[in-house]
Design a protein around this ligand. Structure first.
Ligand SMILES: [Zn+2]
Length: 254
């Protein structure tokens, strides 16, 4: 029932808008009245056109499409051309907001370059938090003169108050953003059992697991200040730059 009333409301609003559009169009190029007024009506027509575009976003094209004299299929309610791209989004002010759908790299092909392989690269700033989604097929790239294949991937990054958390097919990475800009500092990394207690005390991390020793999650306490590192690393910490993965290159896709 709610759907029906929504449809009726939009249809009524669009009908009123179409009347205003006709009115403005009629007076903008009619030759009647002073040229200044005609110019003003042309402007109003443009503004109403934007209102049409925005109002039309709420239309779910409930009644299907009809064929125009030019042979195009247009919605019976909002008049939009079937399958035409939309440059604006409409979201409910309250309740769940949904933009787009889950996209994963579906092609098994390896593309010659990054741009052609990109499926989606989009982001949103939502009440101060920044969210980015990047999806690409496998593509060829060069690293130090070598041709390598970057594997297909979907990666999602959330940024919130100096913390960046990215999730992709292989890894979940949490990083302090100011750590990237800390000039002159070397980076180290290691599995927890490789680090000394003294180092671990600087960044308390709780690892959670169940009674069958399966990983459930982890909690990281936000450090109040950057960890001091007098005299370099201790224990068997290793340089994270030498790790298995430094930002992408991986085995060729199937
Ligand atoms: Zn429609």
């Amino acid at each position: 029932m709610r759907r029906e009333s929504e449809k009726l409301r939009i249809r009524r609003q669009l009908r009123e808008l179409f009347r205003s559009l006709d009115f403005a169009l009629d007076r903008s190029g009619s030759g009647k009245g002073p040229a200044k007024d005609q110019g003003r009506f042309a402007e109003i027509y443009q503004q109403l056109g934007l209102a049409w575009e925005l109002l039309g976003l709420q239309c779910r094209h409930w009644d299907g499409y009809r064929r125009t004299r030019e042979g195009r299929m247009v919605c019976r309610i909002c008049g939009k051309v079937e399958g035409a791209g939309e440059t604006w989004l409409v979201l409910p002010g309250e309740g769940r907001k949904r933009i787009g759908r889950m996209v994963t790299p579906a092609s098994r092909k390896t593309f010659p370059e990054k741009r052609a392989a990109t499926v989606l690269e989009d982001g949103i700033e939502f009440h101060g938090a920044r969210l980015g989604v990047r999806v690409h097929h496998a593509y060829e790239s060069s690293l130090a003169g070598q041709r390598i294949t970057i594997a297909a991937e979907r990666s999602v990054t959330l940024r919130e108050r100096g913390v960046r958390c990215s999730v992709d097919d292989q890894l979940v990475v949490v990083r302090l953003e100011d750590a990237d800009g800390r000039a002159g500092r070397r980076r180290f990394g290691g599995f927890p059992w490789e680090l000394s207690r003294r180092v671990l005390r600087n960044f308390p991390v709780i690892l959670e697991f169940d009674d069958r020793d399966r990983f459930l999650g982890l909690t990281i306490f936000r450090p109040r200040q950057p960890a001091r590192r007098p005299g370099g690393p201790r224990g068997r910490a290793r340089d994270s730059r030498g790790g298995a993965r430094a930002g992408g290159p991986s085995a060729p896709a199937r």
